[in-house]
Design a protein around this ligand. Sequence first.
Ligand code: LMR
Length: 342
Amino acid sequence: MNIRTISAMQSIVRAIFVFLIGMGWASGAQAQTPIVIKFSHVVAADTPKGKAALRFKELAEKATNGRVRIDVYPDSQLYKDKEELEALQLGAVQMLAPSVAKFGTFGVREFDVFALPYIFPSRDVLNQVTQGPIGRDLLKKLEPKGITGLAFWDNGFKVMSANKPLHRPADFKGLKMRIQASRVLDAQMRALGAIPQAMPFSEVYQALKTGFVDGTENPPSNFKTQLMDDVQNNLTVSNHGYLGYAVIVNKKFWDGLPDDIRTALEGAMQQATLYANEIAQRDNERDLADIQKRGKTKVYQLSAREQLEWRQAMLPVQQQMANSIGPDLIAAINKLAAQASR
Ligand code: LMR
């Protein structure tokens, strides 16, 4: 072997060595680079949804041994209501939990059922819907939109607020009421004689402060954490409608995950869902009590007679929206409600 051959062989060995180190380093780096799931939502971190998102992060990162990282962005930090759904479809974020009331105007009309006034007589009936076959069928309807529905998370029943007492339906006459973008909520406010104004959640506080709108509706947890008691001096515990969430992911992203990762995330989601649905009622009760304690907003409980009047005013919305939502779906929920009342 001459000197040139030895030197050529040394170069080859060096090159192989460098290549192997490079490979080893690269695959090591790959193993260390986690899959990032951006989870965007529009409410405060200290709400049932905000807390459940953080619980999911904790459970998911643990279950995947750090192979997945969940970055939670609360408070519309990344996107507002409608934008976030578009961002999910485009893959700019991977996970959201929008209010179920917002899917109707997004083109999944069956979801409008959740916004119907008085459709759920109790949490028990609601849970039978969201955690049972009806809920599973509803989540499947998101697939043509490129979205996989993973779970329903609870928030609670809504209160109404304004800068005047709201005791009877007539008190709503002419009030401009902020709603989520929903045809059902539009019809509901009109049934009360109010003027509905759809706007993103992140803009509500300012709109109330400047008087652009007169009042709004939401569960106490959102009312409290958005400091709405600074700008609304009357609140009525009406429980006239429900607000909860569908936890959704970009379908292509979800289907493309390694099977073991997806299974681990599904497990984490199941546990986070139990947590979300366990804390929602308690948190809302606590938040209503806190609003009362702070004393800026007068909290009013409807009498039995007033409750009946509110019901009579808003119930026709169920009939009005039945054809576009699907009469069978409404009938199936009403059947569960009737069974529960026996
Ligand atoms: C709203 O827009 O009023 C709520 O749906 C916000 C939320 O996600 O709870």
